[in-house]
Design a protein around this ligand. Sequence first.
Ligand SMILES: C[S@@+](CC[C@H](N)C(=O)[O-])C[C@H]1O[C@@H](n2cnc3c(N)ncnc32)[C@H](O)[C@@H]1O
Length: 388
Amino acid sequence: MEYAEIIRLLQQLTETDQLLSATISDPIWEDSPWGEKVVIRPVRIKGQRCYQLTTFKDNQAFHRNISVPDCATTVSELLALFKQGQLFTVDADLHIQQKGTALSCKKRSPTHKGSAQQHNRSKQHLLPEGIPDPYLIGLGLMSSSGHIIASKAHKFRQINRFLELVDHTLGDVTAGATLHLVDLGCGKAYLTFALYHYLTTIKKAAVIMTGVDRRADIIADCRQLAETLGYDQLHFYQGDIANYQPSQPVDIVVSLHACDIATDYALAAAVAWQATYLFAAPCCQHELLGQINNNAMETLLRHGIIKERFAALVTDAVRTELLNAAGYKTQVIEFIDLEHSPKNLLLRGHREPSPQQQQQAWHSYLQLKQMLHITPKLETLLTPHLPQ
Ligand SMILES: C[S@@+](CC[C@H](N)C(=O)[O-])C[C@H]1O[C@@H](n2cnc3c(N)ncnc32)[C@H](O)[C@@H]1O
C-alpha cells in the first residue's frame, strides 16, 4: 500500500467520522520525539469535532488536539516513524506495518463492535433522536413522542450525514453576516428544512434560504410547513432551476439528487452566482451514457450495466474537473454508505479562483473529452467561465 493510499483512506475515515481510535507503536528510532507510542481518539471541543493525540514518553502522557483535516496527514506521518499502527474503525480493524518503503494493511472484523454502535448512536446527536422536534414531526420523520419512524430511518441518517458534512465544511463561517442559501431541486425539502433548522436553531446563524422545485404540489406543501413552523426566512420558488434568479448574492448552493442534467443547471447556477460553497449529490445520470465511445475501450463499454456505471462515474469526474476549471476546488466524497443509497457521491466545491490551476483542470478535462468523444451539457453551460 502506498502512503498516498493511506492518506486517502485516513481522510475518508476521519471526514466520515468512522475512526474510533488509533494506536501507533514501536518507533523506528530509539529517541523518537513522539515517544514510545501515540494514541488518537475523536473528541468534541466546544461542539466541534477534532482528534486528541496522546504521546507516551518516560511513563508520562502528553495530550494535544488536532483538527479533523490535520488528523489524516498526522497519522500518515506517524506511520512513517513507527513500525506499526492499529486503526480501529466502525467497520473493521486495520493493522498497518512498515514493509520497506511501503506499508502492508491487514483488515480484521471490528473489535469495538459495542463502541461502534455507541459511536453510531452518538453520531446522530447533531439532530438528536428521542426529543420531539416540531420540524422533524412536521416532515413525517419523527413521531410526536420523539421516535424516528422506522421507514424514515434512512432519510434521518442521510440528513445527519449531510449536516455533518456542511458543519465540517463551513466551520465558523456561520458566525458572520447573513448567509444566503439556495437548494436547487429541493423536492419535499427534508434536507432544506434540516439545514435551515440546523443553521438557525442550533448554530444560531442568520440565514435566508430558498428551495427551488418545478413541482407545484410539493412547493405548496413546503410553503405550508415553513409557515406552520414559523421559518420566516425559508422561502420556496416553484419553477425550473434554469429560470430561477436570486434577488441577492448567494453564498451556498445545495443540489441533492436533482434528476440527470438538472444537476448541471444547478452547478452552472452556482458558478454564475459565484457562490462560495456548493454541495451537489448527482442522481440518475443518463446524458453521457449515450455519448461515450472509444473503440479501444470496447471491453469496458460492451456490457450495459458496466457501461452505465462507468458513464455515471465519468459524469461525476467530468463535473468535478469542469468545476475546477471554473475556479472551484472540488472534492468527491461519500455522501452515505453504499448500503444505504446507490446515489452516494457528493461533490463539494469551494470557490478558489486560480488561473494556473483552472488551466490545468481544463487541459485534463479536454483530454478525457477527446478520449471518450463526449460533449457534456455542463461544458456548454459553463462556457463563459472556462479558460480558453
Ligand atoms: C429525487 S428528488 C430530490 C429531492 C431532494 N433534493 C432530496 O435529496 O431529498 C429531485 C427533485 O428535483 C426536482 N427537479 C428535477 N429537475 C428539475 C428542474 N429542472 N427544475 C426544478 N426542479 C427539478 C424534481 O421535481 C424532484 O422534486
